[in-house]
Design a binder for this molecule. Structure first.
Ligand SMILES: Nc1ncnc2c1ncn2[C@@H]1O[C@H](COP(=O)(O)OP(=O)(O)OP(=O)(O)O)[C@@H](O)[C@H]1O
Length: 736
């Protein structure tokens, strides 16, 4: 123990020194010296790097080193959350990053396959003090004993799974299991599906995989960012501290609702509406609706456009041909629009040319090319012509289009249309609208030619200004430096007008994750989807657009799919995007739910699917789940049970249908509930959907008869210790 303490002391001395150096470097770099573009860029990179290092060192301070491996060769390595090197010329490793290949035997070696290890040691620290050591002897021939042997080899794991919950997910870096390690370190390219029952560590594995990928492909992923998609904001907050604790911050965590920049989708749909909006048929319906906005005048009822050179007649034929030509470009609506406008202007100009220059005797047209060009430009700048074009082929924004669409013809079967119809201006955007907005944005495209032209004009203006400044400095040169042999460089010696103009532009200091969050068309370096079974076909279309390289990790459990959600099998989800080219891994051990609770929960699914096989629990607690009839006073019975169950340390969740929340919450003091409950509070009231992905020491499930099968399965599998069930209505058969 003393020896390990000596090592830990030495480690922290080094960390403190590194911290000091990094802080000084940031300080120095922020003091302006050079002003050149290059110098500024280098400074920004240095500040970002050192600040990142500082943040990482601060974040991992708690339990920086947690393991040690002793090799049969005599070498030994300490393993920790980040890598630290000695201050010597060889930069000798002092602490090995858990993600480095050298650290891998710490997670994988067994007595059977020792991977060259003699001993694996788990080091437990509190702050900077070593409190416990647990050794596993892997080489049976090794006679050396330390006095810290843990014959079962799982004391540290069991302590972790039994520890009181805090309302925030912790990392599992000390106790990653072999089946999890293989998933965490799987290659970055391609689609990897990770399936597993409740509590098998899917979320934990997904987050550690993000940390691993950021380590392994630092350069690529720092540029392209990693996106982690989770089911709801409470879940994202629950997992939000895991990556920072592993020293990684360059990740964007988002729910589906947040994936259309500029739109705040906090409305709610009925389950039926969400299901319709998520259905694959919406892609076709929206495409039809967009085409429907490309109109023609009625045959025989042309648009007559007042014009200085004589009225213009925009009839069905002209519009039809123009529309055909524009559609033939296969460009999105807004980008095809200039083609439509061009054809219309061309046809109307020909109409004028015919009318004005026609030779009544049938000879060639009197007008020369210059006259025709003049007529053409008059038509092209005519406001009236442009409003006619707008009427037939309007410029559209996704938001405007979708709100019109939801009010108008929906191109889906009547019953579905009724479920999603919404009067214009009524309601707010919902999470299920987000993939629709994204789909529409693709169909419409952004005609940013005007903005690009404006940006270019601004750039030219800056160049002209810079040119002026340089001229002035040249002019003054002869005066100022006339008689002097000066070493001083004039501005124009080192810089030309264009570079000087660039320097005036503000550099973009945002991280890749921040830029990605603001850019609908961002292509992420890797996308991780948690609770992936929940995503609708339309949401998959959105995500696949954000991942052109298809580097994705999809994590989910089909048995936990909400009734109205999901696509079915992974094959069906992925077929349109990658065919059958995806890897599939399964996690089989449940680290959360004790065997007693799991048995009860599995019975609920088995009632529907007798072949259902739940994951095996890593432990049993002897605590059998109980059920209690509340009689008339449901709220009173819940309050009583909450009093009995609330742990001294740790958290309790009451999981009840939303319709009962008001009644239940009334007598509960200090309970947290609502759309975004504070999970760090001792007692949390949730509906089953909110409970998805979360866990608590104890759980009280209320009125289970009102839950669907999968919601009930989710609710029953949230506890790490004890489960109680309270009911006023009849219990479902599967729980009796
Ligand atoms: N190797 C491990 N060591 C210690 N704890 C672990 C390990 N793997 C998983 N756990 C713990 O088990 C619990 C469940 O993990 P997690 O939430 O990742 O499971 P899940 O498969 O996503 O569950 P669900 O599908 O029910 O949401 C967490 O508390 C996690 O920290």
């Amino acid at each position: 123990m003393q020896k390990e303490q000596g090592f830990i002391d030495r480690l922290y001395d080094r960390v403190d020194a590194l911290r000091g150096v990094a802080a000084q470097q940031v300080q120095d770099a922020l003091t302006p010296v050079g002003t050149g573009l290059q110098a500024r860029h280098e400074r920004d990179v240095l500040v970002a790097e050192r600040s990142g290092l500082l943040a990482a060192l601060n974040a991992v301070d708690g339990s920086l080193c947690f393991g040690r491996i002793d090799l049969s060769s005599g070498a030994a390595h300490h393993i920790g959350r980040v890598g630290i090197r000695e201050d010597d010329t060889a930069h000798t490793p002092l602490l090995i990053d858990w993600r480095a290949p050298v650290a891998r035997p710490f997670y994988l070696a067994t007595g059977h396959t020792t991977m060259g290890l003699r001993r694996r040691r788990h080091i437990t620290t509190e702050g900077r003090v070593v409190t416990e050591l647990h050794d596993e002897i892997l080489d049976v021939g090794d006679r050396e004993r330390t006095g810290f042997e843990d014959p079962s080899g799982d004391a540290v794991l069991l302590a972790a799974v039994n520890s009181a919950r805090t309302g925030r997910m912790g990392d599992i870096v000390r106790t990653i299991q072999a089946e999890q390690d293989r998933i965490i370190r799987a290659p970055h390219r391609g689609v990897l599906v990770v399936e597993g029952g409740p509590g098998t560590g899917k979320t934990a594995v997904a987050l550690h995989r993000a940390a691993f990928l950021l380590y392994e492909h630092r350069e690529l992923l720092a540029k392209r960012a990693v996106l982690i998609v989770g089911p709801n904001p409470a879940f994202l907050r629950y997992i939000g501290e895991v990556l920072p604790a592993l020293g990684e911050t360059g990740v964007l965590l988002a729910t589906q609702a947040e994936l259309f920049p500029g739109v705040h989708a906090d409305g709610t749909d009925t389950r039926r509406a969400a299901a319709v909006k998520g259905g694959a048929a919406m892609a076709e319906a929206l495409a039809l609706a967009v085409r429907d906005r490309q109109q023609l005048p009625e045959p025989g009822a042309p648009l007559v456009i007042a014009h200085d050179d004589g009225d213009l007649v925009l009839d069905w034929e002209i519009a039809y041909e123009a529309r055909q030509a524009a559609r033939d470009t296969l460009l999105p609506h807004n980008l095809a629009r200039p083609h439509f406008a061009f054809r219309i202007i061309d046809a109307l100009t020909s109409q004028l040319t015919e009318r004005i220059g026609a030779d009544p005797h049938g000879g060639p047209n009197f007008l020369g090319p210059d006259d025709i060009a003049q007529l053409g430009s008059n038509v092209a700048v005519s406001k009236e012509v442009h409003s006619a074009v707008d009427e037939l082929w309007p410029p559209l924004t996704p938001e405007r289009f979708l709100s019109d669409y939801l009010a108008g013809p929906l191109y889906v079967p009547a019953e579905d249309a009724e479920a999603i119809r919404r009067a214009p201006g009524e309601g707010t955007w919902t999470p299920a609208d987000v993939p629709l907005l994204d789909e529409v944005a693709e169909l419409l495209g952004v005609d940013d030619s005007a903005e690009r032209a404006a940006a270019e004009a601004e750039r030219q203006e800056r160049i002209a200004y810079a040119q002026g400044v340089l001229e002035l400095s040249r002019g003054s040169e002869s005066y100022e430096f006339e008689d002097e042999e000066s070493e001083t460089l004039a501005a124009h010696d080192i810089i030309d007008a264009e570079r000087m103009a660039e320097r005036q532009e503000e550099a973009d200091h945002r991280s890749a994750a921040e830029r990605a969050a603001a850019d609908r068309t961002w292509a992420f370096g890797h996308i991780i989807v948690d609770e992936a079974q929940e995503l609708s076909p339309m949401a998959w279309r959105l995500l696949m657009r954000r991942s052109p390289t298809r580097a994705m990790t999809l994590v989910g459990d089909p048995a936990q799919t909400s009734e109205e959600a999901g696509v079915g099998s992974w094959e069906k989800i992925l077929e349109p995007y990658v065919g059958d080219r995806f890897e599939h891994a399964t996690l089989k051990v449940n680290y959360r739910t004790p065997a007693e609770i799991m048995e009860l929960a599995a019975g609920v699914v088995r009632a529907e699917d007798p072949s259902f096989e739940p994951p095996g629990s890593v432990r049993s607690t002897g605590e059998v789940p109980w059920t209690r009839d509340a009689g008339e006073d449901l709220a009173g019975a819940v309050a009583l049970a909450v009093g009995e169950l609330t742990p001294e340390e740790g958290r309790l969740a009451v999981i009840a249908p939303a319709a009962l929340h008001e009644e239940i919450a009334a007598p509960l003091e200090g309970v947290t509930a609502g759309a975004e409950p504070d999970l760090a509070r001792p007692v949390v009231l949730l509906d089953p959907r909110q409970a998805k992905g979360l866990e608590f020491d104890h759980v009280l499930v209320v009125e289970p008869a009102r839950f669907g099968t999968s919601d009930l399965y989710v609710a029953l599998t949230r506890a790490t210790q004890r489960l109680g069930i309270i009911h006023r209505e009849k219990l479902p058969d599967s729980l009796r």
